[in-house]
Design a protein around this ligand. Structure first.
Ligand SMILES: [Ca+2]
Length: 116
């Protein structure tokens, strides 16, 4: 009986997790250095960063301490800082990061840059 519940729960939850992972774009729009997303698995709304873009303070953008997943164009590096004006701990990201919890950086980024 217990095993039936485990199988049922896994069947319900696991496809949702996989679907979330599939939602991360493999191709970014022209001119985009990176896209950052409010939720894990590139869910919810996103912010597109252009080549060489810098934002010293995310406070007024509605994105302060909100970024949870990131997609960075090949050959580019997205750097997030946990304080404004590129201060505090900084973390470089390349490729796809489905959940910044895994990087110890979820809902922390207050300023960021993206360079190629
Ligand atoms: Ca912060």
């Amino acid at each position: 009986m217990v095993n039936s519940y485990v199988i049922l729960i896994c069947g319900v939850l696991f496809p949702a997790l996989v679907a979330g992972a599939r939602d991360c774009p493999n191709v970014l729009p022209d001119g985009a250095c990176a896209q950052v997303f409010r939720n894990a698995g590139c869910d919810a709304d996103h912010l597109t960063m252009l080549y060489g873009e810098e934002t010293a303070d995310l406070e007024n953008t509605g994105w302060n301490d909100e970024i949870t997943s990131v997609v960075v164009r090949d050959g580019c590096t997205y750097t997030g800082y946990d304080d404004h004006n590129f201060q505090g701990d900084g973390n470089d990201f390349q490729g796809i990061h489905l959940n910044l919890i895994n990087d110890g950086f979820n809902d922390l980024i207050s300023s960021h840059t993206c360079y190629c």
